[in-house]
Write a protein that binds this ligand. Structure first.
Ligand code: ADP
Ligand code: CA
Length: 414
């Protein structure tokens, strides 16, 4: 029987959707995770994989492959791409080269690669987190964006417009990096980039032998101007002109080629600057959270099934997304300080808004929630489908407007 190894961190939202897709395909699944016990309901099919140590994680996977045949390894999250690439290489499975996913997983490496290949990307400098913030600020052109190298979900990404806001932002990122810990260069570095104004889009693609196939292009209709950058609304198809969409695909293909990505899904983010699309990020994985639930291809195939089929070199009937418009809203943690999520009112009302498919909460009531820039979770997701992108966007806004989040006051000592 065909079998696939999914590499999923325990914090991932996506386990269920990938397992459902594997089920649909009738293939065997093994799940490698950093804490296999959390997935113990999968019985003997889970294993612990060290995602932080590529050699160790790779050896753990090779030990499994000695016992059972593995036909594909699929990294479901950014932090699992390096181990997946190394193990797939050793087992001669379809994969991205290790260097290419290391570029995708490190914002400084990505910028250096794109700059050297003359692919449009923000100008940047980088400094150690313990550098003198005030001194560093003197050499910076404003507005700029400060960020750590290897976090995701906009964690630690802060815009600064002048010397004072820079110093505050820098200190905040330093505190975050100190709290997360780690002595690698990536864990000690702050990237400082030119701020690119303009509309932002996300491109979901599948790379096949180095060639990018666009699966969906999402507009992000909420202005993302900082100082923090919570993801909110994604709507597809894009309302950009055909020429602009073509230009976005070309720029993303250029980035994919420069990075050396060969085989697997990508999730790219671009801004439309004064002289065309600018690459913000290219991740070597499919879209995060539960967002993929709004995407279906051909005769109702999920994104996860496409990813699995591609990894296994199984036939793919169609990469064409369904004809209706679709969208998702990620619900950011409200407020400026951590608190506890006590109640969420209006979910049923939100669900009954026309064109809304579902509203899902991803944080249990009573749990501590942390807003950006330190937090790394969403409260939940709203999904919509309608005849036009505008109707989708409006439905998402109406559903969000129907909901109220009750968060307790800042807790003492936090
Ligand atoms: P993450 O991996 O955490 O998503 P990103 O580098 O993608 O980090 O940044 C998150 C968001 O911050 C982007 O989607 C974008 O809205 C904003 N952003 C990041 N860098 C820039 C930049 N140089 N100019 C303008 N906006 C930026
Ligand atoms: Ca991003």
């Amino acid at each position: 029987m065909t079998s696939v190894l999914l590499l999923i961190p325990t914090t991932s939202y996506q386990t269920a959707d990938f397992l459902a897709a594997a089920d649909e395909l009738g293939i065997d699944v093994f799940v490698g995770s950093n804490e296999a016990s959390v997935l113990s309901n999968l019985g003997g099919r889970t294993m612990t994989v060290d995602f932080a140590d590529v050699d160790r994680g790779c050896a753990q996977i090779l030990a499994l492959a000695n016992e059972v045949p593995i036909d594909a390894i699929v990294p479901v999250d950014e932090v699992t791409t390096a181990v997946a690439a190394a193990a797939a290489d050793a087992l001669k499975l379809r994969h991205n080269p290790l260097e290419s996913v290391l570029r995708a997983g490190n914002k400084l490496k990505l910028r250096e690669c794109l700059r050297d290949a003359r692919v449009s990307t923000p100008e940047f400098v980088h400094v150690d987190k313990d550098a003198d913030a005030s001194e560093t600020a003197r050499g910076v052109t404003f507005p700029c964006v400060l960020k750590p190298l290897n976090l995701s979900a906009s964690r630690g990404v802060i815009r600064a417009d002048g010397h004072n806001s820079f110093v505050v932002a820098f200190q905040r990122i330093r505190d975050l990096l100190n709290e997360i810990g780690g002595q690698t260069e990536a864990a000690r570095t702050v990237l400082i980039e030119q701020y690119i104004p303009g509309r932002e889009l996300a491109l979901e693609g599948l790379v096949n032998q180095g060639k990018l196939q666009v699966l969906a292009l999402f507009d992000k209709p909420d202005p993302l101007e900082g100082p923090y950058f919570p993801e909110t609304i994604y709507v597809t198809p894009s309302r950009e002109s055909d020429d602009m969409q073509e230009s976005i695909s070309r720029t993303t293909q250029d980035a994919v080629s420069a990075m050396g990505l060969k085989d697997g899904p990508i999730h790219a983010e671009l801004r439309l600057g004064d002289s065309g699309p600018v690459i913000i990020e290219v991740a070597a994985r499919s879209i995060g959270g539960l967002c993929s639930r709004v995407l279906t291809f051909g005769a109702g195939v999920s994104l996860e099934e496409l990813v699995l089929r591609h990894a296994l070199s199984l036939p793919i009937e169609s990469l064409e997304r369904e004809s209706q418009a679709a969208g998702v809203m990620m619900l950011p943690v409200p407020g400026e300080t951590p608190g506890r999520l006590n109640a969420v009112a209006g979910i049923d009302r939100a669900r009954s808004v026309p064109h809304i498919l579902d509203v899902t909460l991803s944080i249990p009531l009573g749990e501590r929630i942390v807003p950006l820039p330190e937090g790394n979770r969403y409260l939940g997701f709203i999904f919509a489908r309608a005849e036009s992108p505008l109707a989708v966007e409006q439905a998402l806004r109406d559903a969000f407007g129907a909901m109220t989040f009750h968060v307790s006051e800042k807790e003492a000592g936090t």
